[in-house]
Design a protein around this ligand. Structure first.
Ligand SMILES: NC(=O)c1ccc[n+]([C@@H]2O[C@H](COP(=O)([O-])OP(=O)(O)OC[C@H]3O[C@@H](n4cnc5c(N)ncnc54)[C@H](OP(=O)(O)O)[C@@H]3O)[C@@H](O)[C@H]2O)c1
Length: 340
């Protein structure tokens, strides 16, 4: 099996390339900068240069790979051309995007006649969040309302420059909290219902605010809920809303491995059934970028090894939720679902 990585020499791309090497998967390193492409992978690695405005070059770069992992964010700016090229080259596609509007655009753009499967948002919050939403909702089906909540406030790790550049490219979405899914459509400018939440490890409810989580774009693809909203622990939001280009330039490329190990990510999903029953799903893990590398590689490997139906799919449409979450257990990811 051969997997191509676009944006291979970025912070997340480096971690994905290392994970592919650990898994013993043949890799093609792709990016637009020849010199930077030399800085990643082994000296004898296969390298191909292509920019996102060069469709034929990108197709040629991906040809021969079974799948593409795209780590070149901001995806709102350059993600769609990379998918068009992957489709033309006959490659399945995953990316590490957390940009809610881009994920919606992917589902709007790519239908089932692509011949390959496209799973955007193969990262530490979208993929486990979507899978745990499916498991929690199944406990109380038919489901009426789903709340997806994120807590990233524990630990000493800071976001990568690329994460902050992606937030800047989606500033309005990040500062206004993005969209909610309401009665069959996504709508901006609608307040969320949830204002506080109990996260594992804190017995008292803590304030949460509307947040542009990618799971709001994916969960309604497979859950017949009337309402899906995304919230985050309130302390998380200032880190994104005060981003400026100068601030980004003053930061290191990304957190050190030591700092990454101290990060904890927690996703809590509340599902409310039409009959009033409630279920809660929780996913907890550490090292957001390291876990994203594990998730993106496994997501691409599964598409190549056992392709689901073609077209753009949410994680829970492409993978068995229990099986994928259990796969993550050796990587310090735990999960639970309970009815209450
Ligand atoms: N949970 C989450 O939401 C989550 C978790 C992990 C990662 N992510 C996302 O993953 C992405 C990558 O993060 P990162 O820290 O690796 O960023 P990074 O270090 O800035 O790397 C980005 C890579 O993309 C390339 N790139 C950017 N714009 C491009 C364009 N228009 N055309 C071609 N190549 C382009 C860059 O190449 P050049 O140097 O040539 O520009 C670089 O190789 C971000 O969007 C981040 O938000 C999200």
């Amino acid at each position: 099996m051969k997997i191509a990585v676009y944006g291979a020499y970025g912070y997340q791309g480096n971690l994905v390339v290392a994970e592919l090497s650990r898994r013993g998967i043949d890799t093609v390193l792709v990016g637009r900068n020849v010199a930077r492409l030399q800085s990643v992978g082994t000296p004898d690695a296969e390298r191909r240069v292509a920019d996102t405005d060069d469709h034929d070059g990108l197709v040629a770069a991906f040809r021969g790979a079974e799948a593409v992992i795209n780590c070149a964010g901001p995806f709102t700016v350059s993600g769609i051309p990379v998918i068009h090229a992957a489709v033309a080259a006959g490659c399945h596609y995953v990316d590490t995007s957390g940009e809610q509007l881009y994920l919606k655009q992917v589902f709007d753009t790519f239908s089932s006649d692509t011949g390959v499967t496209i799973v955007p948002g193969a990262n530490d919050d979208c993929l486990p969040g979507d899978l745990i939403a499916a498991l929690a909702a199944a406990r109380v089906a038919p489901v009426e309302e789903v709340v997806i909540a994120l807590d990233l406030t524990r630990g000493t790790s800071t976001p990568s420059r690329g994460t902050l550049r992606s937030a800047l490219a989606n500033l309005e979405s990040f500062t206004t909290g993005g969209e909610v899914y309401d009665g069959g459509q996504w709508r901006p400018g609608v307040p969320v219902r949830r204002t506080s939440m109990i996260f594992p490890g804190s017995p008292e409810p803590v304030p949460v605010v509307k947040f542009a989580l990618p799971g709001v774009a994916t969960a309604p693809r497979h859950l017949p809920a009337n309402w899906v909203e995304g919230v985050a622990r309130a302390e998380l939001v200032p880190a994104f809303s005060s981003v400026t280009p100068d601030l980004i330039d003053s930061l290191p490329e990304g957190p050190t491995a030591e700092h990454r190990r101290t990060t904890k990510f927690v996703i809590v999903v509340h599902a409310l059934g039409t009959d009033g029953r409630r279920a809660r799903g929780v996913v907890e893990g550490t090292d957001t970028y390291g876990t994203t590398a594990v998730i993106a590689v496994e997501a691409a490997r599964r598409l190549a090894a056992d392709p689901p139906r073609p077209g753009a799919l949410a994680p829970a449409q492409a993978y068995d939720p229990t099986d994928f979450l259990n796969f993550l257990a050796p990587h310090a990811v735990t999960w639970t679902v309970e009815q209450f």
